[in-house]
Ligand binder design. Sequence first.
Ligand SMILES: [Fe+2]
Length: 284
Amino acid sequence: MSGITVTKTYLHIGAKKPTRLLHITDSHVCRAYESEGEKLVNLAKKRADRCFGGEDNIEKYFEEAVRYGKKNDDLIVYTGDIYDFISQSNFDYMAKALKLKNYIYAAGNHDFCTAPGADKEDYEFKMRQLKIVSPYIKSNLLFDSRLINGINLVTMDNSYYQFTTGQLDMLKAEAAKGYPILLFIHNPFYSKEIAEDKMSKGDCAYVVCPPEELLTRYPKDRADYQRATDETNDTLRFILDCEEIQAIFAGHLHENYENRIFEKKMQYVTAGTFTSDAREIFID
Ligand SMILES: [Fe+2]
């Protein structure tokens, strides 16, 4: 069996010493204990087989990626959707894996999910789910930061396509520290390349801050859900203009993309580990 495919990204942004990060995203582990009920067990099997190549495949690549990070990298950065839906079995499996290596974690939409497609994904729901999930992930899922060798790694939740004013204020405070920042989010920002590729394969692009022209090509419910709020547009503007922010890393799309967004910042989107992918970031 072949191993994981590690895409390498090199950044020369003034680290105090050479630093290596492993970016792991969208593993979509689909576990459920028998004791959690037939419905959840069936959901786990159906999702794993239909969407992610089966549970053996999911776990083989995920574990291999974590092992690679443990051996080769200073820190693992997870950008969400490590499991597909909330279950005790998924929590227990993930918590064991997370213990193997220091990490920081940005939330994905599935991290709050009870069953794909079944939840009313709004802010109130997310806040309720956050209390259930947080004991198992030792990172602040809404906003976190970690200084490593003079580089500030910042994670922000945008898993429902939006940022809040509170997150923007915290990002401004991180920028004021003056260190070079790498920003990790789950949902990537719009780029023309991503949009055209995704629209050729489906009915929407699953990106943050899609232009109005693009939204006219989405089904109405998806356009309404994915259209950026004023707070989200303000956050994008700050990110684009902020000198400290050196690059953006995201997941969610299950494919690799590397584009400059709005002609200003590089955005690296990493495919899910269930397709065998991970990204290693070399910083000096
Ligand atoms: Fe996602």
